[in-house]
Design a protein around this ligand. Structure first.
Ligand SMILES: C[S@@+](CC[C@H](N)C(=O)[O-])C[C@H]1O[C@@H](n2cnc3c(N)ncnc32)[C@H](O)[C@@H]1O
Length: 191
């Protein structure tokens, strides 16, 4: 059985109480994170990207300009519906309500943005998900991992533990690493 803080019901209750529970639209922490993510992926054009756990679509909108097609999945129906509304003018965004690991879009990607979602899985499940995602990357494709370094009773793993698992994936090699005051970012490349 999944830990209660990682279930669809848990996230759905959160999004019904508050449209933007992490203040993705307004917080300086989130804005700084988005700037650093975009710095890390900019300079390339992506034919097919994937953002699992897209929440209300704020990062999704930021990424969309770099992508010919951007798949996004979100476990909470309310958040997914808000994300669809936010991205409705962006035909390259294909967003559905669905939960990892089951709701993996078919096909290959050249960019996966794994942002603040890894700590909602047990270590072994995360390992399987990262392997599966890495297998879906084309050679040279980017796997961008970004996680907060604080502690939360809702998380099953710390941000550092999540990045530890990702770095152990045999299909990925470390291309760039950044550690900021409150979060870290690893850019991994598909071998
Ligand atoms: C902290 S938010 C991160 C949002 C966005 N990726 C960003 O960095 O701005 C994590 C999101 O992942 C979603 N989520 C958690 N577990 C999930 C799963 N197994 N499958 C899909 N989405 C999930 C949550 O509902 C939440 O909206």
């Amino acid at each position: 059985m999944r830990n209660v803080t990682t279930t669809a019901a848990f996230f759905e209750t959160m999004y019904r109480r508050h449209v933007d529970p992490w203040n993705f639209e307004g917080s300086s922490y989130e804005q700084e994170r988005y700037v650093k993510i975009l710095e890390s992926v900019d300079g390339r054009r992506y034919s097919r990207a994937f953002e699992p756990g897209c929440s209300i679509g704020v990062l999704t909108r930021n990424l969309a300009g770099l992508c010919d097609r951007l798949e996004a999945r979100e476990i909470s129906p309310t958040a997914a519906s808000n994300a669809k509304e936010r991205c409705k003018d962006l035909p390259q965004v294909h967003l559905e309500c669905g939960s990892l690991p089951e709701a993996m879009p078919a096909g290959e990607f050249d960019l996966i943005v794994f942002s603040e979602i890894g700590y909602y899985f047990e270590e072994e499940e995360l390992r399987v998900i990262v392997d599966h995602l890495a297998n879906k990357l084309s050679p040279g494709g980017y796997f961008i991992a970004v996680h907060w370094l604080g502690t939360s009773a809702d998380h099953l793993l710390s941000g550092d533990a999540v990045h530890g698992v990702i770095r152990e994936c045999a299909l990925l090699s470390l291309d760039d690493q950044k550690r900021y005051a409150h979060f870290r970012l690893d850019r991994m490349v598909r071998r």
